[in-house]
Design a protein around this ligand. Structure first.
Ligand code: BG6
Length: 478
């Protein structure tokens, strides 16, 4: 194996999906707190009547309780340390720091929680890797300001980011500005606070929101670099390796366009510092009223100066594109869509398992951008069961991760510069797309069901000891 000695092995989570404690010690409501649990989650968010009202008589809100990490973080981090984590990627809940989002001073109680969390990581020499905004923004900003389409959010976000960077600059080196920024293609409610009732069904708003996020991100990068030149601030997007269904040039062109739109658009702006040449084509495709977009020359120069230091990305699956639609079967994947790949198996949620696609992703991103890469999410969401002896034999997860780590090693041998690997949901948590607890990713099982019933006890799965060995051998023992 060829991983560097300081390779950052670890795991990843997001505040809104595990902390719970959604309304204590001054925390405000976030968009995630207004999202019902269950497989219908994305459809509910996309329905015309959805206006962020929380109706506890009608729905369960699993993000309210998460896995109560807020009160169990010491126990959880001790387990991560036992696995030998070198890094832990987590996010800060914006609404814990600025409960409404538009205040001028932060909530000290919220910061105190992260002081303790960061110190707990450092106690075990675990490098904290922080996502400043992971599918979470104060609900007030979505309801009253209309989400990221409103330019005021740039100022609010930058104020929030500055508080974090100033406070933690000597303890935290690696940062990411927005989680999966390209996910607004299908997740604008979560990532931009945009749903149909506040303009999410008009793509002009989505592109305006992206632009505002790009400016906010670039300002944050510039601020961080001026504050402390050692800080490494990255972008973060989903990479979906996309194959053409067949050699028909019509399908090949459709595939190329879909790659440009999904895998390159946001990265191009954040890594290269400029909108790509195909932007106008995207606007036309989506009926964006480009003349209404507020993009100033000053914005463009901020974007140009505030390019990121590395690319963080998530990789779960590949997709297949077919424009002609001949001989295809729809994929079971409700998030990225596309058609079924006859050469690959899908997870229970229809996500095509494709380790070679990760090697492809790493080579593609490194070839295009030539900045260090960090795989900050990867993993298999599956139903786990506890057997009569209290064991959780998640061999399927070990198999998935083993194959992806091998592919990652191949890419490093291909010449890719890779900083680390933090598989998703290292401890079971609430799923983002379906709000389920039963879609589990962890090395650590948490005894809670979709309704939040259970003891909340933490149990090691078989993959726990397996991953411990992987880390101890720096990827040799798979
Ligand atoms: C990524 C997100 O999309 O994938 C995480 O950054 C999310 O927040 C993860 O949880 C897995 O998706 P899901 O829908 O299975 O939770």
């Amino acid at each position: 194996m060829t991983f560097k000695n300081d390779f950052l092995w670890g795991g990843a989570t997001a505040a809104n999906q595990l902390e719970g404690a959604y309304n204590i010690e001054g925390k405000g409501l976030s968009v995630a707190d207004a999202m019902p649990g269950g497989k219908e989650r994305l459809n509910i968010l996309a329905s015309p009547g959805f206006d962020w009202t929380i109706d506890e008589k009608k729905y369960v809100y699993p993000n309210h309780f998460g896995i109560d990490h807020y009160h169990h973080f010491k126990e959880d981090i001790a387990l991560f340390a036992e696995m030998g984590f070198k890094a832990y990627r987590f996010s800060i809940a914006w609404s814990r720091i600025f409960p409404q989002g538009d205040e001028l001073t932060p909530n000290e109680a919220g910061l105190n929680f992260y002081d303790q969390l960061i110190d707990e990581c450092l106690k075990y020499k675990i490098e904290p890797v922080i996502t400043i905004s992971h599918y979470e923004m104060p609900l007030h900003l979505a309801k009253v300001y209309g989400g990221w389409k409103n330019r005021d959010l740039i100022e609010f976000y930058v104020r929030y980011a500055q508080v974090l960077l100033e406070r933690y600059q000597d303890k935290v080196k690696y940062w990411m500005t927005f989680n999966e920024i390209n996910s607004a293609t299908f997740f604008a409610g979560l990532s931009q606070g945009l749903v149909p009732s506040n303009g999410g069904d008009d793509k002009t708003n989505i592109f305006q929101a992206w632009h505002n996020q790009f400016v906010a991100s670039a300002k944050t990068v510039n601020y961080g670099h001026q504050l402390n030149k050692d800080l490494q601030i990255g972008c973060m997007s989903i990479y979906s390796t996309t194959y053409s269904f067949d050699a028909n040039p019509v399908n090949q062109i459709a595939t190329q366009q879909s790659i440009q739109e999904f895998n390159y658009f946001c990265n191009d702006v954040q890594v290269r510092g400029a909108y790509p040449a195909f932007t106008e084509r995207l606007h036309k495709k989506h009926g964006v009223k480009a003349e209404l977009l507020k993009i100033t020359d000053e914005d463009l120069s901020i974007i140009k100066s505030g390019t990121v230091d590395y690319i963080g990305f998530s990789y779960y699956m590949s997709t297949v594109e077919s424009k002609t639609g001949e001989g295809v079967e729809a994929s079971g994947n409700m998030v990225l869509g596309g058609v079924k790949n006859p050469f690959l198996k899908e997870s229970e949620w229809g996500w095509a398992v494709d380790p070679d696609g990760l090697r492809y992703a790493l080579n593609d991103l490194y070839g295009r951008y030539q900045v260090p890469l960090f795989i900050v999410e990867n993993g298999l969401g599956a139903i786990d069961t506890v057997d009569n002896e209290g064991l959780i034999n998640d061999d399927y997860r070990i198999d998935y991760l083993r194959r992806h780590i091998k592919a990652m090693n191949n890419a490093v041998e291909d010449g890719v510069e890779l900083l680390g690997y933090t598989p998703w949901g290292c401890i079971d948590l609430v799923s983002a797309s379906t709000g389920e607890m039963s879609k589990r990713y962890g090395f650590i099982y948490v005894d809670l069901d979709d309704e939040g019933n259970g003891t909340g006890a933490r149990m090691k799965k078989k993959s726990f000891d397996w991953y411990k060995e992987v880390i101890a051998s720096n990827g040799e023992k798979l």
